[in-house]
Design a protein around this ligand. Sequence first.
Ligand SMILES: *Cc1c(COP(=O)(O)O)cnc(C)c1O
Length: 411
Amino acid sequence: MATLPSSSPSPTGSPPPGEPAAGLPDRGAPVEQVLAEVAGLCADDHDYRDGTVFNSICSTPLPVAERVFAAHQQANLGDNRIFPSLARAEREVTAMLADLMDGPGATGVATSGGTEANLLAVQAAVRRHRARFGPDAPARILLGDSAHFSFDKIAALLPVEVVRVPSDERLRVDLDRLLPLVTPETALVVATAGSSESGAVDDVPAIAAHAAPLGVPVHVDAATGGFLVPFARESGEPLPPIGFSVPGVTSVTLDPHKYGGAPIPAGHVLFRDAEDGAALRTSSHYRGTFDHQALLGTRPGGAVLATWAALRAQGRSGYRSAVAELWERRALLVRLLTGAGFQVAPEPELTVVTVRHPSPEKLVDALEERGLIASVARRLGLLRLVVHWHQSEQQLRCLVAVLTEVDGGRP
Ligand SMILES: *Cc1c(COP(=O)(O)O)cnc(C)c1O
């Protein structure tokens, strides 16, 4: 069916072969020229607001967050002597996020995103496991097939043995297969609160209830769902609690740059027990400079200030109404898709809507030819559409109209 334009990334995921990039120019160029060149460089990019983006869990930041970010680009969280404000801002963001996750006493570290946050959670678990079982104790980590692929990177970096557990028919980790694998020697169990492929939320309370009596820590990867689940639960959605109100949850990843209104790069990891955060400490070589807990050294303080601003500007009421609106749009999208004869399955839990189709790749290619970006969850063989606050009702109607038009494969 549709052939991809040559500039598109290949469906296998490797970048396309391009013209070789030029070297560093001998002479600098005037500002206006550079700006025009940058505009040219970015000419193919989509704007979240133009109604073509249906694959992204990230979106435009809130205007206040954009302004704060732009005004604090030099802010370096790695230097508390030049920027004493930043440690304070990080502490206050931690406190606000901890409150969101029902863990008022939790400690935390601002990160570049969910990947680094998950890495720190695993690193803390490994260090504590080794403190308990000895420096050579193998650190086995259990996670669902639906867990994010950041854990594949983490497994390549840290001395852990990762055991992946298949999903059930709702695409959550299959408890019947996971729970028997948890033993007192397990270093960590990871639960996903909103898989990025399907939005499936693992049964965090059941996992933690099983792991806690065995002394096994539970990390909740709520990079997708952290700003969604608490507010959806308030309005009666049948979702489990995912935060520290669940006994046995020891750490949580959040991604303010997804549904939190913060700019990229803004992630966060929270720890119930301060000892976990302490296990991450690396002492600085410089007098008066705080120990580091994050992976990065020079760190984007502007993102932390912008996250602080987004949290302050939204408050619970702002996120509550944003989530209510997302749920309305999701309902509309599901209604439109079903009305057009598409099979939405499994039933969406968060903002990812998946559609069963005999050839989702062809559908997505055909959409792309018309300028619309959707995605295929390759491991699941499902068309994947992400509802976000950059889309209007009209744009969702347009998406389904185009999908219907390009879907030659159906009777
Ligand atoms: C996005 C995401 C991550 C990775 O976060 P980045 O910010 O992309 O590094 C991890 N886990 C889940 C569930 C995610 O949705």
